[in-house]
Design a protein around this ligand. Sequence first.
Ligand SMILES: NC(=O)c1ccc[n+]([C@@H]2O[C@H](COP(=O)([O-])OP(=O)(O)OC[C@H]3O[C@@H](n4cnc5c(N)ncnc54)[C@H](OP(=O)(O)O)[C@@H]3O)[C@@H](O)[C@H]2O)c1
Length: 163
Amino acid sequence: MTIQPGDQQLPVILVGAMTKDRVIGSGDGMPWDIPEEYRTFVDNIRGQTVVMGRKSYEVFGPDLSEAKPIVVSRSRPQLDVPVVDSIENSLDLARTYERKIFVAGGSQIYALALPHASWMFLSEIKEDYDGDKYFPDFDRSQWEVAREDEHNRFIYREWRRVG
Ligand SMILES: NC(=O)c1ccc[n+]([C@@H]2O[C@H](COP(=O)([O-])OP(=O)(O)OC[C@H]3O[C@@H](n4cnc5c(N)ncnc54)[C@H](OP(=O)(O)O)[C@@H]3O)[C@@H](O)[C@H]2O)c1
């Protein structure tokens, strides 16, 4: 994926990890600790733009030190990174940065961003975990797996929108 300066067609990529049942979180946090999966996430977002919901940013903001974060919030808290009031405004701002645009959750923000996404970089955690936050259900006939890597505790897939 090559990015040209001023490119208005930068693809939006959802990135995250979920169980087979689409669990992504429990309360504020994630119900698993899988360092190898975390490294995959960090390698993807390093140096790129990361759009995140205000709740997730409160927990995972420190993990984004190597990325350029944009926070989506209606309440608009004062933060030391840009805060915008809609997913559309976050993507408009992200396009001015001329970097890859990742949307890294949580549940509410994935749902808002899914219609804008042309890629999803998702780790499927092999073990089942309980949780109360979910990745949105998506129509698998509209997506194809462009890459799949098997790991010990998860399967990493890059989904490309085809429909
Ligand atoms: N497994 C993974 O890869 C992964 C990744 C990230 C997060 N997570 C998990 O996801 C969970 C958090 O997800 P969540 O859904 O509760 O929160 P979230 O999506 O991170 O953030 C929700 C916040 O986004 C803002 N927001 C929501 N809709 C909006 C809209 N239409 N316009 C403007 N702002 C809007 C609101 O902020 P204000 O309240 O400030 O207005 C809302 O409280 C946690 O359990 C976390 O661990 C998992």
